[in-house]
Design a protein around this ligand. Structure first.
Ligand code: RP5
Length: 192
């Protein structure tokens, strides 16, 4: 599908709004992944998730939603995210890090939690807070920081790919390129 085909039938106002929101615009202009975070300070980490989504041409939205500073925003988001057509939510938070668990309590969509590397405890606080959900409300927890955000993007892609053949193929290609990028022999050894 060419970019021109992708825009076909889409209103200009929708295209503009998608571009402003840094979403990859699709013909339906449907956002598939929500990437939310507790604070602006989480963005440098969460950007690794959106980089993957952009690379795989998966539509997403990004929002700052703090469980403790903007509880109403969190409540509204969690209650409406599924009916808006999103398929999965990636939630990054640091410290007490209750955002992923609270969003998971408000929706039955899969929620992927990214523990932000906090300054005081290097993200161990975030990790334990997100991963230790009591039975009944699951949060798929990734590793701390950049790797966790990147893998959250890839895991979200796997979920979206279940119902989208184009994305499934792009994900396979991404994996293949990663495999091909790994040398047989360490370069350091060859340069000795
Ligand atoms: C959490 O508190 C956020 O997810 C962030 O990781 C942490 C610190 O937030 P700021 O004080 O930097 O805004 O809610």
């Amino acid at each position: 599908m060419t970019p021109k085909d992708r825009f076909k039938g889409t209103k200009m106002s929708q295209i503009k709004s998608a571009v402003n929101a840094k979403q990859y615009p699709s013909a339906e202009n449907t956002v598939r992944v929500g990437v939310i975070m507790g604070s602006e300070s989480d963005w440098p980490t969460m950007k690794f998730a959106t980089d993957i989504l952009s690379e795989l041409k998966i539509t997403y939205e990004t929002k700052i939603i703090s469980a403790h500073r903007t509880p109403e925003r969190m409540n509204n988001y969690g209650k409406t995210v599924k009916e808006r057509g999103l398929l999965v939510v990636i939630a990054g938070a640091g410290g007490a890090a209750h955002l992923p668990g609270m969003i998971a309590a408000l929706t039955t969509l899969p929620v992927l939690g990214v523990p932000i590397q906090s300054k005081t405890l290097s993200g161990l606080d975030s990790l334990l807070s997100i991963v230790q959900m009591p039975g009944g409300i699951p949060v798929g927890t990734l590793s701390i920081g950049k790797s966790g955000a990147k893998n959250a993007g890839l895991l979200a892609a796997s979920i979206v790919a279940l119902s989208d053949q184009d994305i499934s193929e792009r994900l396979n290609t991404w994996r293949l390129n990663q495999t091909l990028s790994v040398d047989d022999v360490p370069q350091g050894y060859l340069q000795q």
